[in-house]
Design a protein around this ligand. Structure first.
Ligand code: NZQ
Ligand code: ZN
Length: 395
């Protein structure tokens, strides 16, 4: 087991009707004027925004609305949020939405508290100082990115060509409080539910198959989470208003990315590093869809470096019988079973399903490896040649 620090300070308020507690909780956290941040309109349609505003008003808090965040949140829009937050003198940001809204809120907070452009941190791998924390809260509407408890903030710079998607990883961006009512996810489309299931699984798997480390307890927690998500995912896709299934996905979203399953393990996240340039260059590609194509291909490419772990995963999570004489067959069967599951829940597993053709590969690889100078760290370094081989496995 590797040395680790575990700190997941976000207060989680979970269950039916928790919106009524928003105002009092925020007031206790010192909020007086709140920037209510949301996306393209789903929270207006469902009536959730009204509930949020009512709770804030009843608690005597003033607020200013700032909606319109697009999936894969853009830097130009974040700049507008920073200007608005400064002009309106807000002292709290409440993100009402999914990963894109939360990450936009986090970046606005970074801009407000540091006075710097958040891209300055994202582009250099640096982060704000420990005491530079702008209070952010979340009312989650989609179980997916795990940003409601994570120390990461992923934004897209749309002010440069080509667009670049990059994250700030810092304890300063963990939300202070998250209101998780599974009922608020009943309206998520089948496709976005599928994207969320994949992303939750990926945050768990990127901590599970990392190489050179062992932590039996973390791996068994991860396996339990993956099996629960696998089954709840099937139910939620078939019955979008099944509370228990949506509740399982929602809690799993948070647990998969608050570092619980990563304790004692090495953090590398290679498949996310392969995916982010894809959805940066193709804004219409959802993060989860990109991952469901790239993860199985990456796994097939690297499994030879860690046959025991991939075979264990296949056996314990994907119910593949263990072939003790040929564990590589078990490992491969697990990857095939995962692909079948992704197809069953309506997710793509081929590059062409993302609308990507081989003539675009060089541009994506260039962005991924910064012109071939920075390979993606994985079991081995993944440079242009290795990434091309992974794409070929995904065709
Ligand atoms: O904008 P609205 O109208 O709200 O519609 C959204 C959006 O179109 C819709 N939606 C959300 N809740 C809904 C709903 N539709 C109906 N009913 C509801 N209750 O779903 C669409 C996708 O929303 P988005 O927030 O983009 O989804 P997600 O939570 O998957 O977030 C994806 C973003 O998070 C980043 C991804 O890269 C991507 O930019 N990530 C952030 C991470 C983090 N900060 O820790 C980690 C992840 O690995 C990921 O990279
Ligand atoms: Zn992700």
């Amino acid at each position: 087991m590797q040395n680790f620090t575990y700190c997941a300070p976000t207060k989680v308020i979970f269950g039916r009707g928790v919106e009524s507690q928003i105002g009092t909780e925020l007031r206790e956290l010192g909020a007086t004027r709140v920037l209510v941040h949301f996306g393209g309109g789903s929270v207006k349609k469902t009536g959730l925004l009204d509930k949020v505003i009512t709770s804030l008003t009843e608690a005597g808090l003033s607020y200013v609305e700032f909606g319109g965040v697009e999936p894969n949140p853009k830097l130009s829009f974040i700049h507008k949020g920073i200007e608005l937050g400064r002009a309106e003198k807000v002292d709290f940001i409440l993100a009402v939405g999914g990963g894109s809204v939360i990450d936009s809120a986090k970046a606005i907070g970074v801009g407000l508290v540091t006075g710097n452009d958040p891209w300055q941190y994202a582009s250099t791998g640096t982060h704000p100082e420990r005491n530079e924390v702008f209070p952010v809260g979340v009312v989650l509407t989609i179980s997916a990115a795990g940003s409601e408890m994570s120390n990461s903030d992923v934004i897209t710079n749309d002010l440069i060509t080509p667009w670049v998607k990059q994250g700030i990883t810092s304890e300063t961006v963990r939300p202070l409080v998250a209101f998780l009512n599974p009922e608020n996810t009943f309206t998520v489309s089948k496709f976005q539910t599928g994207c969320g299931i994949v992303d939750i699984m990926m945050h768990t798997l990127e901590r599970y198959v990392t190489g050179q480390d062992e932590c039996d307890l973390s791996e068994r927690i991860a396996e339990a989470l993956l099996v629960s998500v696998r089954e709840a995912g099937r139910v939620a896709i078939a019955h979008p208003d099944n509370y228990e299934a949506r509740a399982t996905l929602m809690w799993a979203s948070s647990l998969s990315h608050n570092d619980l399953t990563g304790c004692g393990k090495i953090r590398k996240f290679p498949v996310h590093k392969l995916e982010h340039p894809v959805s940066a260059l193709h804004d219409s590609i959802s993060h989860g869809a990109g991952l469901s194509v790239l993860f199985p291909a990456w796994a097939q490419f690297v499994m030879k470096y860690d046959i025991p772990k991939f075979a264990q995963l296949a056996n314990r999570v994907w119910d593949c019988p263990m072939d003790f004489d040929h564990p590589e067959r078990t490992a491969l069967a697990g990857i095939e079973a995962m692909k079948r599951y992704f197809t069953e829940i309506g997710m793509p597993t081929h590059m062409s399903e993302l609308g990507l053709t081989p003539d675009e590969y060089d541009a994506i690889i260039d962005l991924t490896t910064k012109g071939g100078t920075r390979p993606v760290k994985s079991y081995i370094d993944l440079g242009p040649e290795e990434i091309r081989a992974i794409y070929a496995l995904a065709e």
